[in-house]
Write a protein that binds this ligand. Structure first.
Ligand SMILES: Nc1nc2c(ncn2[C@@H]2O[C@H](COP(=O)(O)OP(=O)(O)O)[C@@H](O)[C@H]2O)c(=O)[nH]1
Ligand SMILES: [Mg+2]
Length: 229
């Protein structure tokens, strides 16, 4: 057996569950009826409010410093960005929602795009929903989680920036989040883009989502026309 790469070996108890060999930007989806990938590869979407740490988490996940842009001006991305990972699945980066300093009208734009995408993506295998450890879930977070439950798409909850709190405070806040959202604490992955905590747990969760076939209901209107012959 060949040894693991030296840079990771020291920090890793077991082999990397998701080795990133290639990453390719496929394109952006700007409107519900606009362009979207024609690929039939399984898809995993990443969602969360602006500034939750989504870009930082994605960079950690794929082990690239500048794969997703860490923003100084939150709330700017209005598109869903699609990436092909290892040529085996598609990662979709949903626009951040709920940033206080943009107008209510602009804020309301995320819903039709995100909902339209989620409901009409037959290849969608799961959604990674991010929540900031230092904040109580917002109304927008609840709307998003309700939407995901309604669609019935498997959802992984990642609680970000856990390095910002002491271990004890982070554990208490994780419990609060689980309780207020009625989630099983076991389903929640504590994550830090700063320390790398949770990276492999998230990678494993993705591998598990990709291993099962899609069973969530999709909008029949979005299905290809039935072959009536
Ligand atoms: N301490 C700490 N800061 C983080 C972490 N993740 C993101 N941040 C910071 O939070 C801010 C927003 O991060 P970004 O990844 O752009 O969030 P996005 O708007 O959800 O994509 C930036 O200042 C990041 O440096 C983390 O795990 N730990
Ligand atoms: Mg971002």
């Amino acid at each position: 057996m060949s040894p693991a790469p030296a840079d990771d070996a020291a920090h890793r108890a077991s082999p990397d569950p998701l080795v990133i060999r290639s990453l390719e930007f496929i394109g952006p989806m700007a409107t519900v009826d606009g362009w979207r990938p024609t690929s039939t590869l399984p898809e995993i979407a990443f969602a969360g409010r602006s500034n939750v740490g989504k870009s930082s988490l994605l960079n950690r996940l794929v082990r690239r410093k500048a794969f997703a842009r860490v923003s100084r001006t939150p709330g700017r991305t209005r598109e869903i960005n699609f990436f092909s990972v290892n040529g085996t699945f598609v990662l979709s980066d949903l626009p951040g929602y709920g940033y206080a300093r943009i107008s209510k009208a602009r804020q309301a734009e995320w819903r039709p795009l995100i909902e339209g995408y989620l409901r009409r993506s037959p290849n969608l295998r799961g959604v990674v929903q991010l929540l900031d450890v230092r904040r109580d879930p917002t109304d927008d977070d609840r709307l998003m989680l309700d939407l995901l439950a309604d669609i019935g798409v498997p959802t992984v909850i990642c609680v970000t920036k856990v390095d910002k709190l002491s271990k004890q405070a982070a554990a208490a806040q994780l419990e609060t989040i689980a309780r207020t959202l009625q989630l099983d604490p076991e389903q929640i992955i504590p994550f830090s883009a700063e320390t790398g905590e949770g990276r492999d747990a998230l990678a494993e969760a993705l591998v598990a989502l990709l291993a099962v076939s899609s069973e969530h209901a999709t909008d029949p209107a979005a299905a290809p026309p039935a072959d009536l012959d």
